[in-house]
Design a protein. Structure first.
Length: 230
């Protein structure tokens, strides 16, 4: 179970994140101030830190700077991934990345987006998951962008591959159409478009050509999952 440190002074946000993250299988530690967050980072060695941009005693960017630099006599993991929760301000975002954060999520928070960012960052730093994704007989190799089903190679266009990569990150999870358009295509305005459906249809046909198992399952009115749960 991955442990997340949530350093956030706003009680309602902290409690909301705690409930949802625990429901999704994380151990959650809480802090409201920078000094408290650093103490917890040293004692508990969390797998990821969610860091508010403004804490009770100092700005979040200063906490991140101290975390990355280390301090004499302190033993926290200076490379622990950090996601900053801040305002929708490009300047603040750039400053946060310059201080060493791994990702930046703007308020108001959309929990599903935040969860996807958390899982993506954890995948990037996890040696076991870094190179390949597996879903039954399907294997996606991130290093080579090679896709195989039962050992047979499947040639995909760029966006078909990116869509498959997203679905394969959690094969039985239903990703909403809004999530997929935002995270695979980078759409911000989600008007009427058939882009996702057409790519999903082509991806489904290509996988079906080498496998009898149904892939890219349409959850009507919601979105897509890679496979039905076993």
């Amino acid at each position: 179970m991955d442990a997340l440190l949530v350093a956030e002074p706003e009680e309602s946000t902290r409690e909301l994140l705690g409930r949802h993250l625990e429901r999704d299988g994380f151990e959650v530690l809480h802090a409201t101030a920078g000094a408290e967050a650093l103490d917890l980072a040293e004692r508990a060695h969390p797998d990821l830190v969610l860091l508010g941009s403004t804490l009770e005693d100092e700005p979040g960017v200063e906490v991140c700077t101290r975390l990355r630099a280390g301090e004499p006599g302190r033993s926290w993991n200076r490379d622990v991934p950090v996601i900053m929760i801040g305002e929708r301000d490009p300047v603040d975002c750039v400053r946060a990345f310059a201080r060493g954060v791994d990702d930046y999520v703007a308020r108001p928070l959309v929990y599903d987006e935040l969860l996807s960012r958390i899982r993506a960052v954890l995948r990037r730093v996890s040696p076991a998951d870094r190179d390949q994704l597996h879903a039954g007989e399907l294997v996606v190799d991130r290093r080579t962008r090679d896709v195989r089903v039962g050992g047979r190679r499947v040639a995909l266009a760029a966006k078909e591959y990116e869509l498959l990569l997203k679905l394969a990150s959690e094969p039985a999870r239903v990703f909403t159409k809004e999530q997929l358009l935002r995270e695979v295509w980078g759409f911000r305005s989600l008007g009427r478009t058939r882009t996702l459906d057409s790519h999903a249809s082509r991806l489904r046909r290509k996988l079906a050509a080498v496998s009898a198992r149904p892939w890219v399952v349409n959850q009507w009115g919601v979105g897509y999952r890679l496979v039905e749960p076993d």
